[in-house]
Design a binder for this molecule. Structure first.
Ligand SMILES: CCCCC/C=C/CC(=O)SCCNC(=O)CCNC(=O)[C@H](O)C(C)(C)COP(=O)(O)OP(=O)(O)OC[C@H]1O[C@@H](n2cnc3c(N)ncnc32)[C@H](O)[C@@H]1OP(=O)(O)O
Length: 394
């Protein structure tokens, strides 16, 4: 199902729009054998009903609907199996083929039943949906607050371990730009829930634009360069409150922060080689400077995961606190920092950081260009597929 989900995401932009609203119910496949048989008319009504759903039922369901539709109209899968890298057609084929010799009538019935259950569940969920987060903070993926001289940007996708999706990249840039101009003295980035961040959201790779994977990689590199650029240029003291494990880009960026406070529960992991990728966030430059080239290679090339204590010993983390007192101790300290003269802090940061800025922008550009190529590699594609099909985790 995860593979099917990935392929559906890939397929969304490519398939005829009429197919994008076709779906099939897997869960209910065998639940309705005794139910009254759906007529052809019921089936056609259900197909039309899907098009009227007010809320997207999600890609997984849509892929299921697709396979049931095919089974109901054409019978068992009759297409040759696509190649392993033909992700879209492979997932379509897998989903349809998984229905085996399910009779057309049963597929039709299951399709009708699923659409009926979808109609009721999506209507009721849309009533409770009005995004409270966006209303209260103006952001969908962040919670941003400003008090006591501190602007706090909290990554707020705890159920996804605060993985950074495209919207979150944009929202962080927006929040940083706003924070650079507000009247707070310092800015803090932290995570909601048990993770600081699990890094780049790997489903970012599945939303393929009409120009295909090359266009996707190019857009990703442009976005990443702009995103990292915001950290390079951020004018006020920027502090990371690392409340739990940090992965990938959430780790590399720490080299651009002015202070990093970590819970002793935090870990620091950059599994770029495992993912067929390469370092970003200027870490190819900052990490060797911070921790020595060999230690940087241990992390960035061999994917060694550091404990908070190890990261502190390497100079990546400023100080580690016991998790039980972490929030209390860190925020007390930050509130004291925020009382210091804001202009003095800004000017001191400028004089310490400015002579490196040009170099950092050049490094950022180079890293993004290298990554653009990596994203098109089989190594990267396979790693992402493995994660999304739950064959591998860190
Ligand atoms: C513009 C583009 C810029 C690109 C910049 C490039 C950056 C490079 C990187 O950041 S590389 C790092 C990428 N991250 C990972 O590889 C982490 C992948 N995640 C995991 O290995 C695990 O999820 C875990 C170890 C972080 C946590 O494992 P645990 O078992 O505790 O939890 P779950 O796996 O069940 O996760 C809970 C739900 O969160 C989803 N999720 C977690 N991390 C990511 C992620 N990085 N991308 C997408 N989704 C993620 C996970 O799928 C679960 O969702 P579900 O409940 O709906 O199944």
């Amino acid at each position: 199902v995860a593979m099917a989900y990935l392929a559906w995401r890939l397929a969304q932009r490519w398939w005829p729009s009429s197919l994008q609203v076709i779906s099939f119910p897997v869960v209910q496949l065998h639940l309705n054998r005794t139910a009254m048989r759906a007529s052809q008319k019921d089936f056609e009504n259900a197909v039309n009903q899907v098009k009227l759903l007010k809320k997207d039922p999600g890609n997984e369901v849509k892929l299921k609907l697709y396979a049931l539709y095919k089974q109901a109209t054409e019978g068992p899968c009759n297409m040759p199996k696509p190649g392993v890298f033909d992700l879209i057609n492979k997932a379509k084929w897998d989903a349809w083929n998984a229905l085996g010799s399910l009779p057309k009538e049963t597929a039709r019935q299951n399709y009708v039943d699923l659409v009926s259950s979808l109609s009721s569940s999506l209507e009721s969920s849309s009533q409770v949906e009005p995004g409270t987060d966006r209303k209260s903070t103006g952001y969908e993926t962040l919670m941003v607050t400003s008090e006591d001289g501190i602007t706090k940007i909290m990554l707020n996708r705890p159920t996804k371990k605060n993985a950074l999706n495209v919207e979150m990249y944009h929202e962080i840039m927006h929040a940083l730009k706003a924070a650079s101009k507000d009247d707070s003295a310092i800015t803090v980035l932290t995570g909601n829930g048990d993770y600081y961040s699990s890094g780049n959201d790997l489903t970012n790779f599945t939303d393929i634009p009409p120009g295909g994977v090359e266009e996707k990689a190019k857009n990703g590199a442009i976005l990443l360069r702009e995103f990292v650029g915001c950290f390079i240029d951020f004018p006020k003291p920027l502090i990371a409150v690392v409340n739990g494990p940090a992965v990938g880009i959430s780790v590399t960026l720490l080299g651009l922060f002015d202070a990093v406070y970590a819970s002793d529960r935090a870990t620091f992991h950059t599994p770029f080689s495992h993912l067929g990728q390469s370092p970003e966030g200027c870490s190819s430059y900052t990490f060797p400077k911070i921790m020595s080239p060999v230690k940087a290679i241990e992390m960035l090339v061999f994917g060694k995961k550091l404990t908070a204590g190890e990261a502190c010993a390497q100079g990546l983390v400023t100080e580690v606190f016991p998790d039980s007192t972490f929030q209390k101790e860190v925020w007390t300290r930050l509130k004291a920092f925020a009382k210091l003269p804001a202009n003095a802090m800004r000017i001191s940061k400028e004089i310490i950081r400015n002579r490196e800025k040009e170099k950092l922008h050049a490094v950022n550009a180079e890293e993004c260009s290298v990554l653009q190529g990596r994203w098109l590699s089989d190594e990267c594609m396979n790693a992402v597929m493995n994660f999304l099909s739950r064959k591998s985790k860190l």
